[in-house]
Write a protein that binds this ligand. Structure first.
Ligand code: FVH
Length: 293
């Protein structure tokens, strides 16, 4: 087994896809002894030339270091890769995207095999890894002791944000933020569709769109404040009654532009349902309660 230098913890990394390779490079650049393994061995060749030790099997890689990091396609591949390894005494950090339930089950699975477990949700794309100015970071949840022990090493590729002992919380935060991102992309798709057949340069709309989304984003703080207080009318400047009254304008404009309303309509329907409950003086926060079963 490799021994840590005074400054740099030795790391084992399983999975050298786009993300795994980006992670690997940062640890190598920072001087961490790194053992890697990938199902398709060719993907390890460049890293070997950069100083990584390439293991012949996942079991050999796991045996090499106490800190074992996995970044594979999905939870099924984690199961497959770790099945034949001895995890006893290992600190297992799983950066593979999955559901909260998969993370909790994986934590228990690791515990039964004698390993400590930390789950991670990566809020970055590969080019952001190792570039602090890019703002990427990783949510971690599970063993706090494990997180604190390895925080310095984990902070090499990207920032670290610990969100709790519940192993599922990193995945939950990850999915929550990415779900909001898809909602934003859906809105932007509708906006671009509206101008698609007009003599309007999409490149001229893009900065207007970006600035508007940034200006509106802080509204989430008011939403959180209202959810905490239970008073959904607190600080409202654009009430639901006014906003629902405006929805025919959006739907008619879409129709006039030959654009399907299918991205907007479900949200408008929720707004109308909330208004029908007598919540016209609220903002949009009440929609959240309609979503939760
Ligand atoms: N890339 C991104 O933009 C996102 C950013 C946010 C986080 N995700 C998640 O990170 C995990 C890894 O993503 P990736 O980008 O490295 O993915 P790939 O380039 O497709 O590499 C997949 C690796 O998984 C290996 N693999 C897949 N199936 C198996 C299997 N059954 N047994 C063993 N290994 C398997 C694959 O090996 P190979 O195809 O090279 O042999 C790659 O190493 C992921 O959870 C993202 O959601 C990335």
């Amino acid at each position: 087994m490799a021994h840590d230098t005074v400054e740099n913890t030795s790391v084992t990394l399983l999975g050298l896809g786009a993300m795994g390779t980006a992670l690997a490079r940062t640890w190598l650049s920072a001087g961490h002894p790194l053992t890697v393994w990938n199902r398709t061995p060719d993907r390890a060749a460049a890293l070997a030339a950069e100083g990584a030790r390439v293991a012949d099997s996942a079991a050999e890689a796991v045996a090499a270091n106490p800190l074992v990091i996995v970044c594979l396609l999905d939870d099924a591949s984690v199961e497959e890769v770790l099945a034949g390894t001895d995890l006893a005494g290992r600190d297992l950090v799983n950066l593979t995207t999955g559901t909260p339930a998969q993370a909790r089950a994986r934590a228990e699975w690791a515990r039964e095999r004698g390993a400590r477990y930390l789950d991670g949700g990566i809020m970055a794309v590969p080019p952001m890894i190792g570039v602090p100015a890019a703002g990427g970071y990783v949510f971690y949840s599970g063993s706090r002791e494990l997180f604190e022990r390895h925080q310095e090493t984990l902070a090499v590729p990207a920032g670290t944000t610990y969100v709790g002992e519940d192993a599922g919380f990193a995945a939950l935060h990850d999915v929550a933020l990415l779900s909001a991102m898809y909602g934003m992309f859906a809105g932007a798709a509708h906006a671009f569709a509206l101008i698609r057949r007009e003599d309007i340069d999409p490149a001229a709309l893009a900065p207007l769109l970006a600035d508007w989304l940034v200006a509106m984003a802080p509204a989430v703080h008011q939403t959180a404040d209202q959810l905490r207080s239970g008073d959904y009318t607190k600080g409202v400047v654009s009430n639901l009654a006014m906003q629902v009254a405006g929805t025919p304008t959006f739907l008619s404009t879409a129709e006039q532009q030959g654009v399907s309303p299918e991205l907007l309509s479900p949200y408008f329907e929720l707004m109308r349902r909330r208004l029908a409950e007598g919540s016209g003086e609220e903002g949009l926060t009440g929609v959240i309660d309609l979503l939760v079963h």
